[in-house]
Design a protein around this ligand. Structure first.
Ligand SMILES: [Cu+2]
Length: 315
């Protein structure tokens, strides 16, 4: 019965700690419902039983009842201690990554998630993990506070600029779950999603190797530009289809005349694209706000060249 209710009100149970978290949650719910019903019944019963029946029906003055006092102190105390120790045990477990955990670096930026594997493979918006093995996330933010939340795993951890925070989980099934940003971080916050793709260990290893070879293959500049566009999250704000998102679309950008909020204008040449990437706040395109961060130190010259080639291709 409880399980059926839980299936309706809770997300799927896709991590090893999720069952424990749900058990405590269910315990608190059941106790609360029992207390609620008990109090409601008592209120109704007493208001009928002690209703004034005659005009000289006077309420007796009761000053103290030790047995009653002890009962209503001790029972809640026991319940609260159970919840405390149960919760604390779970908290310690969730805060302590196992020694053999697979480590992934997580970088949050407005408004996308990037994941870097130990062998250098980097993905955006998709985290691949081996099923049945603990995974430790070492997280930081490039700009404001974000928060990494996977409801299916019952884990949630703030991600801060200038400091690492960690979280860990182990999946119990090779299925996909959704990552939400759960700290309001700006206009693209609600779209700041990612997928965790849990794979059987053999598939995971094959994927990792594939991704590695792919990233090392020589590719034409414009293709490299496309992969930077996807992997560095430009895609979150710049479309290729001409529709303005949080930033202007790249379609037809190169060679066009840009007007800025300070009233000046110039042609979008190579120099302009580079300046837009390294120092986006120096010129704000009319109709937009300066939410783009500087990619100085994040994207190197070669990648900027690649992006320029890629943007030219969108004409
Ligand atoms: Cu965010």
């Amino acid at each position: 019965m409880l399980e059926i209710i839980n299936r309706f009100i809770l997300p799927p149970v896709n991590s090893t700690v999720a069952g424990d978290v749900d058990a405590l949650f269910t315990f608190i719910n059941v106790v609360s419902v029992i207390i609620l019903l008990g109090i409601t019944v008592a209120i109704v019963y007493f208001s009928i039983k002690y209703k004034r029946k005659t005009d000289d029906d006077v309420t007796p003055v009761i000053r103290h009842n030790t047995a009653l006092e002890v009962t209503w102190t001790v029972i809640p105390l026991i319940l609260i201690l159970i919840v405390f120790f149960w919760g604390f045990r779970g908290y310690v477990e969730m805060r302590t990554p196992p020694q053999n955990a697979y480590e992934v670096y997580v970088t949050a930026s407005s408004f996308f998630w990037q994941f870097t594997h130990p062998n250098g493979v980097q993905t955006t918006g998709e985290l691949h993990v081996p099923n049945g093995r603990p995974v430790k996330l070492i997280m930081q933010s490039r700009d404001v506070i974000h928060s990494f939340f996977v409801p299916d795993y019952r884990i949630k951890q703030d991600v801060l600029p200038g400091r690492y925070t960690t979280a860990w989980f182990q999946t119990n099934e090779a299925v996909e779950s959704v990552v939400f940003c759960t700290e309001y971080c700006g206009s693209g916050h609600s779209a700041m999603l990612a997928k965790v793709i849990s794979m059987e260990p053999a598939d995971f290893n094959a994927w990792l190797l594939d991704a590695k070879t792919e990233s090392e293959r020589e590719m034409p500049l414009a293709d490299l530009g496309r992969s930077v566009y996807q992997n560095q999250g430009c895609i979150a704000c710049h479309s290729l289809d001409g529709n303005a998102g949080i930033g202007p679309s790249f379609k037809g950008l190169f060679g066009s005349n840009r007007t800025f909020t300070d009233g000046t204008s110039r042609e979008a040449d190579e120099e302009y694209i580079k300046q837009s990437i390294y120092d986006p706040r120096s010129q704000i395109v009319e109709g937009f706000t300066g939410v783009m961060i500087s990619y100085q130190g994040i994207i190197d010259d070669q990648q900027v060249n690649a992006l320029i080639e890629f943007i030219k291709e969108q004409n």
